[in-house]
Design a protein around this ligand. Structure first.
Ligand code: ATP
Length: 580
């Protein structure tokens, strides 16, 4: 190696070291270093590599002090013991780079602090459920029940209106989905749906009670998962009763409100009534009082929610979302799943029937982006300690619903002593599969494609339409990775979509993105979101909610991982173009 070459090597090393990023983790200051920093230096004793990133974008954690010592001793040992002019040149250049570290670290410290400040601002502005709180409604008689709007394997769902809050008069505007007379696209079914929602803004889910007995405590206990999305007042009276009776601990943990997760306003038990279609559609689950051959219990659980005009499955039958709309829908699902993970809940039954949709008032049907809401928590995992690890000791332990969309690590688990299923990325995997449906394709895990989550190979996944943005295709592929360690979390996947939708400038055409640049972009985003208020940059409430969600959950490490994945995807695409 010539002296000139040696100097340039030294400078390269210095530059690599400058890619250090400082961030706080568990109260301890740690350093982040790109893997290629170590290529010229020692391998070092590194801890916790983020193995799911390709090596070039892999970050390593190690303590700052240890890192400096490792670098210095190993570089000395390997490079400078000879003391030749060439090695001295490397040393000098390296010293130059290390000397600049402090400056860089200071910059990174500032960027991390900026992120924390942004997060604090947006955390204060927590999402409030849009419906005005109502104080009664704990009895079935408080509601007018309309026609059946849905049915699953455990319940029937009916449109409903609260007697204590009568629907608005016909000349007033629709409260949930506003009917605009000047909308040319308004079709008849839509108008009907709209009127129906105006008259029946609520939905009542009547559970079928086959084995839980007829006491309120037993019903609540056996159907407790349904109560996970219940609001703080949903159970007030029942809760008081149960407490008075001395039955503590029956009620499950509940989720805080989120725009992409259903809210249960009221949950109560009542005698099973004979509702429209009951004799014809579900006679077997009726109590003997209503059908002598029925096997159901006399009393059951009722859940009151907002009435949504569509499930994702119904909506996709009528419309294929465009590239931006589809990306926003997928992003909402990821935001919803991330919210569940943060609160220690895994849904475990995500499918297009369990995802509800609505359009904001004034939004044109099939034009704007619908709000997407995750519903039906009947199969969820919500353990008292918020852990997403489920001991799987016998095959009788419930692993969730819908086997076709069960993540590989769940479906392949074999029960045994000490076996634990980790659900922290299982819902994110299901979002990857549902994304195919959102973009107009068959779900690869349903017929006719019919891959099996138990044994598919990633290369068997069908291609997505070329109209789907490249970054979104990358997110879907990564979400469907078999190995959960190589799969991004819902948060990281959501960050990728946020960056792709709104942060393209921060990801300028280079192979690395500085913390400073990211922080600058985040500041701009925050300013825009705050200035635009709840309507968002393009006047769309859904986009505004998404951006708020993103900013209130900022974590530099997750954001950098998302950047790493996006840059990796970009490099892969370029390599692909060059090779063809
Ligand atoms: N809040 C709501 N607004 C409008 N429709 C709803 C609402 N909740 C449920 N539905 C409709 O009712 C159907 C059945 O509801 P849900 O999935 O909660 O029942 P389930 O018996 O628990 O289902 P599964 O068979 O998945 O266990 C849904 O697919 C949807 O069509």
């Amino acid at each position: 190696m010539s002296v000139k070459h040696a100097i340039s090597r030294g400078l390269e090393l210095g530059r690599s070291v400058l890619q250090l990023g400082l961030f706080k983790s568990g109260g301890r200051v740690v350093a982040k270093l790109r893997a290629d920093c170590f290529r010229v230096g020692p391998s070092g004793r590194t801890v916790r590599p983020q193995a799911f990133l390709p090596s070039r974008y892999r970050y390593y954690r190690t303590s700052l002090k240890g890192l400096a010592a490792q670098l210095q001793s190993a570089v000395f040992r390997r490079r400078f013991t000879g003391g030749s002019p060439r090695n001295r040149a490397v040393f000098l250049a390296f010293g130059l780079g290390v000397g600049l570290i402090e400056q860089q670290l200071e910059e990174d410290r500032k960027s991390a602090a900026t992120c924390q400040e942004i997060q604090a601002v947006f955390r204060k502005k927590r999402f409030q459920s849009p419906r005005q709180p109502f104080t009664s409604g704990y009895k079935l008689e408080d509601y007018i029940i309309g026609k059946q709007i849905g049915k699953g394997s455990n319940a029937a769902v009916y449109e409903a209106a609260a007697k204590f809050a009568p629907p608005k008069t016909s000349d007033s505007k629709c409260s949930l989905v506003q009917l605009k007379e000047d909308e040319e696209e308004v079709e008849k079914p839509r108008s009907l749906t709209c009127c129906s929602l105006r008259n029946f803004p609520l939905a009542v889910k009547m559970m079928w009670n086959m084995g839980a007995g007829s006491s309120s405590e037993a019903i609540f206990e056996s159907m407790s998962q349904e109560l996970v999305p219940a609001g703080p007042l949903a159970l007030k009276q029942e809760n008081e009763q149960i407490t008075l009776d001395g039955h503590f601990g029956v009620l499950p943990k509940t989720l805080s409100a989120h725009p992409n997760v259903i809210r249960v306003f009221r949950a109560f038990t009542a005698d099973v009534p004979l509702l429209p279609g009951a004799q014809e559609e579900y006679p077997d689950v009726l109590p003997a009082r209503l059908n002598p051959d029925g096997l159901g219990n006399n009393r059951t659980l009722f859940l009151v929610m907002k009435n949504y005009p569509y499930t994702l499955r119904q909506y996709l039958k009528e419309s294929t979302p465009g590239r931006r709309q589809g990306s926003l829908m997928m992003l909402q699902l990821l935001e919803g799943v991330d919210h569940l993970c943060r609160q220690g809940v895994a849904h475990r039954d995500l499918k297009s029937d369990n995802i509800l949709l609505e359009f904001d008032s004034g939004q044109k049907m099939f034009n704007g982006c619908p709000r997407v809401v995750i519903t039906d928590f009947g199969c969820c995992l919500a353990q008292g300690d918020s852990s997403l690890q489920l001991p799987y000791t016998t095959r009788w332990v419930c692993r969730g619903g819908n086997g076709s969309l069960m993540a590989p690590e769940v479906i392949t688990a074999v029960p045994g002593c000490g076996v634990v299923i980790d659900y922290s990325k299982a819902d994110a995997w299901a979002v990857g599969a549902i994304a195919y449906e959102i973009f107009g394709e068959h779900n690869p895990f349903y017929r006719p494609v019919g891959l099996e989550s138990r044994r598919y190979q990633e290369k068997q996944l069908p291609p997505l339409p070329s109209s789907v943005p490249a970054d979104v295709q990358l997110v879907i592929r990564l979400l469907l990775r078999r190995n959960p360690n190589q799969r991004p979390s819902a948060r990281v996947a959501a960050n990728m979509l946020h960056l792709s939708l709104w942060g393209r400038k921060a990801l300028a055409k280079q192979d690395s993105v500085s913390m400073k640049k990211l922080a600058d972009w985040l500041l701009c985003q925050s300013a825009v979101v705050l200035l635009k208020g709840c309507r968002g940059p393009s006047g769309n409430r859904v986009e505004a909610e998404l951006q708020r969600s993103f900013l209130s959950n900022l974590d530099m490490e997750d954001l950098q991982t998302a950047v790493g994945f996006l840059l990796y995807g970009r490099e892969q695409r370029q390599a692909c173009i060059l090779s063809t």
